[in-house]
Design a protein around this ligand. Structure first.
Ligand code: GLU
Length: 361
């Protein structure tokens, strides 16, 4: 490990109930921070205002409190690297996006929703049913790569909505070392030109996560493997903005699976077990989803079962106190394969990391 102070973060988008996979990400972050005398930060990633759900942010903090996984820094806990809510950091991101354009790594795009739709229709084939805005089509679109400078200037100063997109390089290999998976490589030709700054001036997740991990001096970025396909974009942004040597060390945790892919709320309802940490009532539909807390789990038991869904200490031990977990936790004992679903275990197939705990409910 480098001598950089360990600073890790959990970066939820406050959009609904806290899935047990999310709490496991919190737990592994927390254990790693405590083991290495570091800081555990919670950053609220709320740049997508269309997905704003009232109450979701407070609910996340209540869940963490119940689970005993209190952050050192957050919206609620304060700290020297705030604000810890991205919507309050809006003004910070624009300069970085403009810098990327000035250096040729990004461009302004003026395409209307109708034009984007037309592009998708035009390039749709059986092999490619959902064409993306990428290096194959970008030169056919309305952006600062195809329009002349005067037109771009005029559009930008006449209230025409535009976004800033990353210009993915052609046929380059982007690699990084994942603490769980080892070396991971991507070819840039298969990655689309993601939007970095939206028409409302808000950054997208891709820009904000890199800028904030830098400004908050995050040393290790741990998250679920659903973010692995975005990693090449993040690695390139690190390279362009701050230097790859400054990049945090990455780890992508395997998903917790249900019978049909990622364990879902629907699986929980169908098989009668919780998927959220605590009861969550959807403010729009009033639908109530039961949580582990209300189902009668003790927080220590909940944490224990999450710890061993994807990690073990190399022995047969399955019950750990939080102090023991902090003492024994190491990333090289986190599995790279997804823990088998609870239901599969029920049906008696192989276990990974945990006994058939649902039977004991
Ligand atoms: N905001 C992302 C989420 O909702 C965070 C991903 C990351 O940790 O980089 O999961």
């Amino acid at each position: 490990m480098s001598d950089k102070k360990v600073r890790v973060r959990f970066a939820p988008s406050p959009t609904g109930g806290l899935h047990l996979g999310g709490v496991r990400t919190v737990l592994y972050n927390y254990l790693f921070a405590k083991k290495h005398g570091g800081d555990f930060i919670v950053r609220i990633e709320d740049t997508d205002q269309t997905r704003f759900v009232p109450g979701a942010e407070d609910y996340i903090f209540e869940c963490l409190k119940w689970a005993g996984l209190e952050p050192d820094e957050s919206v609620q806990h304060g700290g020297n690297y705030g604000p810890y809510r991205q919507s309050e950091r809006k003004e910070l991101y624009r300069n970085y996006a403009d810098q990327l354009v000035a250096e040729g790594h990004a461009y302004y795009a003026f395409d209307t929703p109708e034009e984007l739709d037309q592009m998708r229709q035009q390039y749709k084939t059986d092999e490619n049913p959902a064409p993306q805005y990428d290096q194959k089509v970008r030169m056919q679109m309305r952006n600062s790569l195809t329009l002349d400078g005067d037109t771009v200037h005029e559009l930008m100063h006449s209230d025409t909505p535009y976004v800033i997109r990353i210009k993915m390089p052609e046929n380059e290999t982007v690699s990084f070392n994942d603490m769980i998976r080892g070396e991971v490589s991507f070819n840039t030709s298969v990655v689309d030109d993601k939007v970095l700054l939206k028409a409302d001036g808000m950054p997208t997740y891709h820009l904000a996560v890199v800028v904030d991990d830098h400004l908050m001096e995050i040393s290790h970025a741990f998250r679920g493997e659903e973010w692995l396909p975005s990693a090449p974009v993040h690695v390139l942004l690190w390279k362009y903005l701050f230097g790859e040597d400054k990049m945090p060390q990455w780890a992508h945790f395997p998903l917790i699976l249900g019978p049909n892919g990622k364990l879902s709320k629907r699986d929980g309802a169908k098989y009668g077990f919780p998927v959220f940490a605590m009861n969550w009532k959807d403010p729009k539909s009033d639908e109530l989803t039961e949580g582990f807390k209300e189902k009668g789990f003790l927080p220590e038991a909940f944490i224990n079962l999450l710890a061993v869904l994807g990690w073990n200490d190399g022995t047969e031990q399955e019950l750990f106190s939080i102090e023991e977990m902090i003492d024994k936790f190491s990333m090289d004992r986190v599995h790279s394969a997804a823990p088998n679903s609870i239901m599969k275990k029920r049906n008696g197939s192989t276990r990974s990391g945990s006994k058939n705990w649902m039977h004991r409910l």
